[in-house]
Design a protein around this ligand. Structure first.
Ligand code: IMP
Length: 179
């Protein structure tokens, strides 16, 4: 399926399932080396990272744990307008090696917020693994430790990422078709 229509938009394949599979295995193998016997905890950011996490995690060979969090935005009274909160962060992260798993780093706002929240739990280390990274869209200085694919600042769907809730089940990654 080279092209797909979701709601009112047409998308075309940008990264194939085979390319994703190969890259996920490469990252897993690097993590297996770096975290051997360090008992890391993988923390996935829902909803977008669920497929990436599943495929990555099944290739991890060192003892480790997994959990998922969600970031919700709400209108607060701060001067910035919307405030974010994390749901599902477990309390026992002190002195643990955290591997944060994201679907995509776009402006970097979400990851910057999450890194601050995680630091409050006094972990031994925190590293960021993202499937996709749009360096040209960054608005905050973010350190991406492992990135699956660097892409242009274009809208993408599939393999966990959605357009208005749809398209997460697509096995390839699609980009909005230029008309
Ligand atoms: P950021 O905070 O701007 O870095 O973006 C965080 C979230 O925006 C990601 O976790 C995605 O859920 C969503 N997002 C950013 N770019 C895209 C895209 O191209 N397709 C689908 N979702 C995206």
């Amino acid at each position: 399926m080279q092209q797909v229509t979701i709601l009112d938009k047409t998308f075309e394949v940008m990264i194939s399932r085979k390319q994703i599979e190969n890259r996920v295995k490469e990252i897993a193998s690097q993590l297996n080396g770096e975290y051997k016997d360090k008992n890391p905890v993988f923390i996935g950011v829902l909803n977008g990272a669920f497929l990436f996490m599943a495929d990555l995690f099944r290739n991890i060979e060192t003892p480790c744990e997994v959990s998922f969090i969600r970031v919700s935005s709400y209108s607060g009274t701060s001067s910035t307008g919307t405030m974010k909160q994390v749901i599902g962060l477990s309390a026992n992260l002190k002195n643990r090696h955290i591997i944060l798993i994201e679907d995509i780093v776009d402006t970097g706002e979400t990851v910057t917020f999450l890194m601050k929240e995680l630091a409050q739990h006094q972990p031994a280390s925190v590293k960021l693994v993202t499937l996709l990274f749009k360096p040209a869209a960054l608005k905050k200085p973010v350190t991406v430790d492992y990135s699956g694919f660097e892409i242009e600042p274009e809208f993408v769907v599939g393999y966990g990422l959605d357009y208005d809730g749809y398209g997460r089940n697509l096995q390839d990654i699609y980009v909005l078709k230029k008309s």
